[in-house]
Design a protein around this ligand. Structure first.
Ligand code: ARG
Length: 567
């Protein structure tokens, strides 16, 4: 049961108007507090304190109310009956949305032939959790790994391969597309070095730059050799993406479809834009002006084709809106990227609306903040390089291993803990703000951390595994810590609802942390399997333990955490 909703609805129904229900910080005087007397006083032109006196008996009549009292200018504090809480707390179930939506989610969005780096951590972790939340709320999501697989970096990579293997058949005029290319392959580590090397060279060597840019355009226009080569390194890169996200326990993407796939739709999109008079020529490029008279901030045009005729990042994003509408026909499209891309999405959404492709209120960009090091600058590894995602994972694994040296944990468990540490830490921060990544504190087994959460779940599992005593309600005489825990369990649905509405993954993480705090308080004050405890109480406590465990698991599933057998 969603206790908050139940209490709120019952009060509104009883009084015949809608009041606000709050959960007070200090719960000494009640589990909830309502401003019903203030609202009612305004409606009836009465004094709130007087009206509170009239309302109080009505609230006391509600079957779940243990006691109610008036505080301050007319707030009414309500305490809920123990047996009501105990009998109605239940394991949260996936919900049925009143209006189930189809939501296209664009996150991850890794780049071919570039390693996943720290900038991809949040889009991956937060995107996956939002996806799980949306599904839990009863919506249908389609997750897209909208890869950077067709832009200028592809030209750089191919130009570099050409430089180191000029004799390879892909670069010869008589290249035969039906040839067996199995002898040509790449080690992923090596492949990921090509782009940075090529980009560095292109900075100093304008001839090389020119060549790389021409290769991009030729690749897009169907050059057989370049496309054959592309078809060799692209799957190697895709596999690397999949391996890394599998380590992070991320749901597989529904579609690994990126810029290349979108580019297939540039022709019909171009026609649409022409029909709407939106395309303009500018210095040999084709642009779309999106500035409005009311804009105060700079709002540059989008570029559809550059002056070489190559398809741009902008064009592939416009085309992606087009084909998603054509194929999924979603109610919403949601993008999750670094907030530094906010302008790009503002431009994109304007184009989508101008072209009549998508209603601007149903297309949404969530921009997340940067992960910094202790110096407040983007996190770097000890060698001073921008950290790769695999490095970050390894740093967390090493930190957990050092910390748990005396615990005799196997590698799989250490990895599970490290991943939970990374993910929980990422999710607990307001996703729109920057945060400082400190491997030491995020892997601590105490405090607001992933390992603490796992440890709490392991502890409950081990109690439940240790006994054959049936978990059932046999004693409604519960103590304060049991009450608090049950109320926390009954607050799950409200939390997920709020996390969904606010696109706020930190609400789930903070909920989980508070739930764990309540669980551990219960664990300490309420002995469960103890000879001194009568069997009815043991059964009831086991019942609460099981409920808490299942609720915690449901919540940690939303974060994609996996619980080890022991810690
Ligand atoms: N590949 C881009 C990057 O790594 C992000 C793409 C985001 N999605 C999109 N539809 N533009 O920065």
């Amino acid at each position: 049961m969603n206790l908050y909703k139940h209490v709120s609805n019952a009060i509104n129904e009883k009084l015949g108007f809608n009041a606000n229900l709050e959960i007070p910080r200090n719960r000494e005087f009640g589990d909830f507090s309502t401003n019903a007397a203030m609202v009612g006083a305004k409606l009836a032109h009465k004094n709130p304190r007087e009206l509170a006196n009239e309302i109080l008996p009505k609230i006391q009549e509600l079957d779940f109310v243990e006691s109610a009292s008036i505080a301050g200018p007319g707030f009414i504090n309500i305490k809920i009956r123990d047996d009501f809480i105990l009998n109605n707390a239940s394991v949260p179930q996936p919900q049925k949305a009143e209006q189930p939506l189809v939501i296209d989610m664009d996150y991850g969005a890794y780049n071919v032939a570039k390693s996943l780096h720290i900038g991809h951590l949040r889009t991956t972790i937060v995107g996956d959790t939002l996806n799980r939340i949306f599904r839990f709320m009863g919506h249908k999501t389609i997750s897209y790994n909208h890869m950077g697989d067709w832009g200028r970096s592809m030209g750089f990579v191919i130009a570099w391969i050409k430089k180191i293997h000029p004799d390879w058949p892909f670069f010869q005029d008589d290249f035969d597309p039906s040839m067996d290319t199995s002898a040509y392959t790449f080690d992923i580590k090596e492949l990921n070095t090509f782009y940075p090397q090529a980009a560095a060279l292109a900075k100093q060597d304008s001839v090389f730059m020119e060549e790389a840019q021409n290769i991009t355009a030729d690749l897009q226009h169907g050059h057989a050799g370049y496309n054959a080569l592309y078809n060799i390194f692209m799957p190697i890169s895709l596999k690397c993406m999949h391996d890394t996200i599998a380590k992070l326990n991320i749901l597989p993407f529904d579609r690994d479809l990126g810029e290349k796939n979108a580019a297939l739709y540039t022709k019909p999109v171009e026609e649409l834009l022409c029909k709407k008079n939106l395309l303009q020529e500018s210095d040999g490029a084709e642009i779309i002006v999106v500035k409005k008279d009311t804009d105060t901030a700079p709002m540059p045009p989008m570029m559809f084709y550059n002056s070489r005729g190559a398809t741009t990042y902008d064009a592939t994003d416009i085309a992606a809106v087009y084909y998603r509408k054509l194929t999924d026909n979603p109610n919403k499209i949601i993008y999750l990227t670094d907030s530094r891309q906010s302008l790009h999405f503002e431009q994109l959404f304007r184009v989508a609306e101008l072209a009549g492709l998508f209603d601007i209120k149903n297309i949404e960009h969530i921009g997340y903040g940067t992960i910094n090091g202790a110096d407040g600058k983007p996190f770097k590894t000890r060698s001073g390089n921008a950290a790769e995602l695999d490095d970050i994972i390894q740093i967390a694994i090493d930190a957990v291993r050092a910390r748990a040296a005396d615990r005799n944990l196997d590698n799989e468990t250490i990895e599970q803990i490290a991943i939970a540490a990374l993910k929980f830490n990422d999710l607990m921060h307001d996703l729109r703000s920057d945060y400082i990544f400190d491997p030491e504190s995020v892997t601590s087994f105490e405090g607001r951390t992933g390992p603490y959460v796992l440890y709490t779940a392991v502890r409950l599992n081990s109690v439940l595994k240790r006994t054959n005593i049936e978990a059932q309600i046999n004693n409604t005489n519960i103590c304060a810590d049991e009450r608090n825990l049950l109320i926390a369990i009954m607050d799950f649905d409200r939390t997920v609802q709020a996390a969904y509405e606010n696109r706020a993954t930190d609400m789930i993480a903070n909920y989980v942390y508070n739930l764990c705090q309540s669980i551990n308080a219960f664990y300490h004050t309420c002995p469960i399997l103890h000879n001194d405890i009568d069997i009815a109480t043991q059964q009831t406590r086991l019942y609460i333990t099981k409920l808490a465990r299942d609720t915690l698991i449901t919540a940690t599933n939303l974060m994609g955490l996996s619980i080890p057998d022991k810690m």
